[in-house]
Design a protein around this ligand. Sequence first.
Ligand code: SF4
Length: 418
Amino acid sequence: MTSVQTVIAADPEASCDADLAAGPWVFDLTPGYGPGASERDTLPEPVVRPDQLPAAYQRMDEAELHARIRAAKETLGDRLVVLGHFYQRDEVVQHADFVGDSFQLANAALTRPDAEAIVFCGVHFMAETADILSGPDQHVVLPNLAAGCSMADMADEESVEAAWEELTDLLGTEPDADGRQPVVPVTYMNSSAALKAFCGRHGGIVCTSSNAATVLEWAFERGQRVLFFPDQHLGRNTAKAMGIGLDRMPMWDPARFLGGNSEQALQDAAVILWHGFCSVHRRFSVAQIERARREHPGVKVVVHPECPMPVVDAADAAGSTDFIQKFVAASSPGDVIAIGTEVNLVNRLAAEHPDRTIFCLDPVICPCSTMYRIHPGYLAWVLDGLVAGEVRNEIVVDAGVAAEARVALERMLAALPR
Ligand code: SF4
């Protein structure tokens, strides 16, 4: 399999972001997104920005970096666990002890309570969740602190607090005759720890793309409406599949009074959708699906629910990364499958199933550019630090935030079908 990094390096025009071809050390100097994190995280001292990564690591060739990573892992043994997100580049994933989505990885870390260090090759909100769920003596490390998430940044704590105040001013705080609160907040896993904590203290809950419908059912048992953030598409696609009309899903724009809605629209709402989205998944379009069907008659199209609603409607199936993997595993040799999710995962699935034709719906190579910031150079640097007894780029969630966020995460676990 030719890696995404190799393809982009050879042909910058093949990518949605020509900056990706400039190489990690240049690319990292101009992060397009913020940290995708709780502003109340305790940052390591000193904060090592990408441009401060020791020059030796920037100069090492890939073979040397991989050798260093392997050597450090061998030295650290069971004291270390390395987690790799599905969307992570192959050059990093090859060193992961577990590969999965953010919640699977946080749970995988729980199976290793003796590991002193959890190195999370993902983005900031994922490392925060791992820190919240891990033991008090475990250190969670994010190899590159610039690895944030554009979607998580779209709902910051201040904007959500302001929206909550406007909603409670309008709708009150008293439960109805059935004991249901006026609004229950639901945050997608792809959000800062501060927003998970917000949900914890306001009777709300966290969801993933695998369990969003179950979580919405939980919320409707306790609330007359839901405020869903940050991903409008996951919220809309899930609520629509549950039979909720689009006219009962107003969108909340934090820059406008009442999110840009009338009082009546909010009173009639079932799900109030935050205006966030994933920059990777919003690129998928109905035109791409039509083209795939034209060029590959009989193609099966499966997409992630972070894609816009018309794309989900035009696909044959939609679901989480776990669902997409199972969809591919359940297909037959000779099948042609077009996938609407991040390209590293699609390429990996194609390599795992060489007897099928599997391709990404988006003809332009568009990796998650923040996850892409975890280069083997950063992984080697943090692992060498651990060997030397130094924890670099540790993610520490404020204790009060972590306690409230854990409440919302535990509600999610309790809400899941057993
Ligand atoms: S794929 Fe989208 S939601 Fe996931 S980490 Fe990247 S920007 Fe965030």
